[in-house]
Design a protein around this ligand. Structure first.
Ligand code: NDP
Length: 498
């Protein structure tokens, strides 16, 4: 229901819209004058209601056969496709990204649902082993209520990457969207929920009270969290109280390593796309670039030339090629980081063009920055920036660059750039990361189908996508039947109920 031009968004529990005592405001990050939504602030009591509803729905949904679950997921994906244009536009307004990026986010969310549906039936089959004396059946059973906690940067695909495998495996969910992008995700989830029993998908918005209440609730059996490392640690600590299964997709600080045989003119255009997707607000964006010392100046000049062409503006303005950042914290952090980097003695070049200089102060607009002459241990190199700023670090040997690339607690993505495929593959195998790309820093369609996505070290626990991602949502129930200890054995009725 609209309030003025803003949408009023309630909680969603057991297929019911639930109003609350307080509502928070979501403003357009690219146009502060517009309040996009007023969103219900949930409390621990609402979390309890939602988890209770999800737990009741679990008793029903777990007994629905896998083929019916898959059919419903496919029907939900088709229904989402029908409203995808509207969802993408809403996302621009609440989240600030370029329309082409929000369209991709929505499309990826739908694709994720379909990919999960394609894998589920074969994957969820029980396995059996038998000899004369014994039958062993390994069942793949759902865990129960899943708490899905998502960030704002690619909310649609990240949410659907939890919803698809959770529901396909027979679980139910309580979703907590980010307060910086709650609207389109909620609209999409409500469309999806229509294909499932009441309580299978519940949505609780809120501030600091909701996340901890959800991750502590004793009836939640799995927490699937995507967000920052610091929050991930709090989630893990809270989940430990009742020994919940935890999946964590956390921050990254991806190195791009340019080998000495790479041709800068070939690398730079692709690298720019790897550095600045969503204005650098992507967990596996390139966040530090290592360049052979002999190529450094040439590479720096070419990178600056390419970055100068970026046009920073409103997400719905077709002239824009770089959007504002999403929120005040992020905006202030990047501005402070630029200041601190300059004070440390490094050179920061703010490049790019302002699409609409008159509206510049009316959004979280930042020009993209390239940093040179920076120490390998500087904050802008070793911390995740999550914004439009990139440091270039020179190196002199492969051993040195590997040590710098691996010498951090991050381990999400990485890339190697070379004309020699074998050298690239060998080098990539020495990087400590969940994902390594050679001559790109982006997923492909084939990669989406076959690359499990996730990080090592403090970049996370577990994987999403592929059957490895599906496996995160099941428990194994191993049953052993002794065939020899009973007389007058009845042989029928050994069918698996899953
Ligand atoms: P945050 O960690 O700040 O927030 C993520 C979600 O967690 C929000 O919904 C937030 O809502 C909630 N939250 C915050 N505190 C708690 C708590 N104590 N318990 C439970 N939930 C809590 O991340 P951002 O939204 O700022 O997202 C940016 C980060 O996400 C970056 O570090 C990025 O790298 C990472 N990320 C990782 C991805 C991956 O696949 N590895 C993909 C995308 C992003 P609220 O604040 O209202 O509580």
């Amino acid at each position: 229901m609209p309030i003025g031009s803003a949408m009023k968004l309630d909680l969603f529990v057991n297929h019911q819209h639930v109003p609350t005592d307080a509502y928070f405001e979501v403003r357009d990050p690219g146009n502060f004058s517009e309040v996009v939504a007023m969103v219900a602030t949930g409390t621990a009591r609402h979390v309890d209601d939602a988890v209770t509803a999800a737990h009741a729905a679990f008793q029903v949904w777990r007994n629905v056969g896998v083929s019916e679950r898959v059919e419903r997921i496919l029907a939900a994906a088709a229904a989402l496709e029908a409203v995808s244009a509207e969802l993408a536009t809403t996302l621009v307004k609440e989240q600030g990204m370029l329309l082409r990026d929000t369209q991709r986010d929505v499309a990826n969310g739908i694709k994720t649902l379909r990919e999960t549906a394609a894998l589920a039936e074969a994957f969820l089959q029980s396995e059996e082993f038998e000899d004369e004396g014994c039958l062993i059946r390994i069942r793949k059973v759902p865990r129960g209520v899943v708490a899905a906690i998502v960030p704002w940067n690619a909310p649609m695909s990240l949410t659907m990457a939890k919803v698809g495998p959770a529901l396909a495996s027979g679980n139910t969910l309580v979703v907590k969207p980010s307060p910086f992008a709650p609207l389109a995700v909620s609209q999409a989830l409500q469309v999806v929920a229509g294909f499932f029993p009441p309580g299978a998908i519940n949505i609780v918005h809120g501030d600091g009270e909701v996340g901890p209440a959800l991750t502590r609730h004793p009836l939640v059996r799995k927490v699937s969290f995507t967000g920052g490392i610091k929050t991930g640690k709090a989630v893990m600590a809270a989940a430990a109280e009742s020994v919940k299964n935890v999946g964590l997709e956390l921050g990254g600080n991806d190195p791009a390593i340019i080998l000495d045989d790479a041709i800068p003119a070939d690398v730079v255009p692709h690298l720019v796309r790897g550095i600045f997707p969503r204005s650098g607000q992507v967990c596996y964006a390139v966040k530090r670039v290592y360049v052979p010392a002999a190529l450094y100046d040439k590479f720096f000049d070419m990178l600056c030339e390419a970055v100068s062409q970026l046009r920073v503006g409103y997400g719905l303005d077709p002239r824009s090629t770089l959007a504002p950042v999403n929120n005040r914290n992020q905006f202030n952090f990047i501005k402070g980081l630029i200041e601190r980097t300059r004070q440390s003695g490094a050179e920061v070049y703010q490049l790019g063009q302002k699409v609409d200089p008159e509206s510049w102060e009316n959004g979280y607009y930042l020009l993209p920055s390239v940093v040179r002459n920076v120490a390998p241990t500087a904050e802008v190199v070793v911390e995740e920036q999550f914004g439009p700023i990139i440091p270039l670090i020179p190196y002199r040997s492969e051993e040195e660059v590997l040590q710098m690339a691996n010498g951090t607690e991050h381990g999400l993505g990485s890339s190697v750039w070379t004309r020699d495929f074998d050298r690239g593959l060998q080098f990539a195998e020495r990087i400590e990361a969940g994902l390594s790309f050679i001559n790109s820093h982006a997923r492909t369609g084939l990669g989406d189908r076959h690359m499990p996505f996730g990080g090592v070290k403090q970049s996370g626990i577990g994987r999403v996508r592929t059957t490895i991602g599906l496996a995160e949502y099941i428990e194994y129930h191993a049953i052993s039947l002794n065939k020899t200890n009973m007389s007058n054995i009845k042989k029928e009725g050994h069918q698996d109920a899953t």
